[in-house]
Design a protein around this ligand. Structure first.
Ligand code: 5AD
Ligand code: SF4
Length: 463
């Protein structure tokens, strides 16, 4: 049993502020940290709160309710929550009815301790308790202190996507939690066991989003390609059904795990390439097999390289990006160099790299031979420097190419007059001159200037 399981709590206790009660409704400010999962959770909270008569506040000082939706994947998350809530002390003095809550991974991890350490906090709720928000808020506004941070490991994962203004491109959760227990990662402890949403629900959800004008969905989960619907359908089946049974124009997904990426999935992606985008974010973490083993990643350096090459062969022209951790406990200079040299073997157009940071409950936090911060930061800088040279060279190939761009925004502000922004199939940000009527359309743009993550081009008219 994990420490988190033992600590599971779901309790409500009376507050000591004695500031009286207030009717529900007013202005709410949600401050969101971390991954797309948290962004989706905040959107879900806002939708539920709107049903309870709350409307969004533009800044915390206008709010009757503030929620800090926290993230604990890397560096000083508890400290960040303490200092953000601390900044609201003066607002609480001005408005004694103001209620402050903490949600997300830090809430799940710290539970009632958060409230004990920072008495300004009125309510704490974990990642499985979002749908209980109406009850939580109503108790908090009655002056009670509320903690809801229990995992419902067995409860089926049935949630409809809640997005207030979905826009052109929207994220749809397909799984939650993770059972992989990579030794560096806190997610299995803050998001609980892996659960998949039934496929029929996801398809209905996407069709509803299409009716609201959405053109692109990103299927989101901690480990999307271990998705298994209650009917037995796997991630490839889901992808095929989304492509063939919904009216969505573009499909993306994040994040797949290399150990669950098979040839069949690649072939399904290739067969449905008119809809499935040719960009794959495939977290590597380390280029050394021993380190990968101590990370409990389930693949070796050689297997990762083979997989990446197979993806590029099966889906020619597709683009790869990755996550890398440097300075994992015990990582030697030679092992780090294996990560550097892997960049020469796999053409990652972008990398997201992090210095290892010990996380509570995780095995690696207890490993001996923790590296110093300065060593980790030196390695991080070296990795970015190496990747920078490679990525500038890779970006050049786009100059002169015509890319299919789904237009997401039109900026009519002074600075960016006439500028449209969209994404190419390869997930590159593309800027070009065009009008507001292009938003939501897929257009051809010829690239004039290329940087690693941003391209500038000219609209190809009349096609
Ligand atoms: N330290 C540094 N980076 C981490 N990540 C996850 N846990 C840690 C940690 N303890 C990185 C991994 C993961 C990404 C989302 O965050 O690279 O893929
Ligand atoms: Fe964390 Fe590993 Fe699960 Fe990703 S697969 S969420 S890194 S435990």
């Amino acid at each position: 049993m994990s420490p988190i399981d033992q600590e599971n709590s779901s309790s409500t206790f009376s507050g000591s502020h004695g500031e009286g009660t207030k009717a529900l409704g007013g202005k709410v400010y949600i401050s969101t940290y971390g991954c797309q999962m948290n962004v989706n959770d905040s959107e879900r909270m806002m939708t539920l709160l709107e049903m309870m008569n709350y409307s969004p506040a533009l800044s915390p000082d206008q709010a009757d309710l503030i929620i800090v939706n926290s993230c604990s994947i890397r560096e000083k998350p508890v400290h960040k929550v303490h200092s953000e809530v601390g900044r609201y002390r003066v607002l609480k003095k001005k408005n004694p009815h103001l209620k402050i809550g903490v949600s997300g991974c830090v809430a799940q991890q710290e539970k009632s301790k958060l409230m004990k350490d920072v008495p300004l906090i009125d309510f704490v709720f974990g990642t499985d308790a979002i749908d209980e928000l109406p009850e939580i808020i109503s108790q908090a506004t009655q002056g009670e202190k509320v903690v809801r941070a229990k995992f419902e490991h067995q409860r089926p994962y049935h949630i409809e996507t809640m997005v207030r203004n979905p826009g052109v491109s929207t994220f749809v959760n397909i799984t939650k939690g993770c059972d992989n227990f990579c030794t560096f990662c806190v997610v299995p402890f803050t998001r609980g066991r892996e659960r998949s949403r039934p496929m029929v629900q996801i398809l209905d959800d996407i069709n509803r989003l299409v009716d609201r004008g959405v053109k692109e969905v990103t299927l989101v989960g901690q480990n999307v390609n271990s998705y298994t619907s209650d009917c037995g359908a796997g991630f490839g089946d889901l992808m095929k059904s989304v492509a063939q049974k919904t009216g969505i124009e573009r499909i993306r997904f994040t994040t797949p795990h290399p150990k669950d990426f098979n040839k069949e999935l690649m072939e399904i992606m290739q067969e449905n390439r008119d809809k499935v985008m040719d960009y794959i974010h495939l977290p590597l973490q380390s280029g050394n097999s021993e380190v990968l083993e101590r990370m409990n990643r389930g693949y070796t350096r050689e297997q990762y390289i083979e997989l990446a090459h197979m993806i590029l062969k099966t889906m020619p022209g597709s683009v790869l990006s990755t996550d890398i951790i440097v300075g994992f406990p015990g990582e030697t200079r030679e092992q780090f160099e294996d990560t550097l040299s892997l960049l020469d073997e796999v053409p990652f157009e972008s990398i997201y790299a992090f210095a290892y940071s010990p996380r509570p409950f995780t095995k690696a936090a207890r490993f001996e031979e923790q590296l110093t911060d300065s060593e980790k930061n030196l390695r991080l800088r070296e990795l970015f420097e190496k990747h920078n040279t490679l990525s500038f060279a890779m970006a050049k190939k786009y100059v002169g190419q015509s890319l299919k761009v789904l237009v997401e925004e039109y900026h009519d502000g002074e600075q960016k007059a006439g500028r449209c922004f969209g994404r190419s199939t390869q997930n590159k940000s593309v800027h070009f001159d065009g009008g507001p009527e292009l938003v939501g359309k897929t257009v051809d743009v010829i690239i004039d200037q290329a940087f690693p993550s941003t391209l500038y081009g000219t609209l190809r008219e009349g096609i």
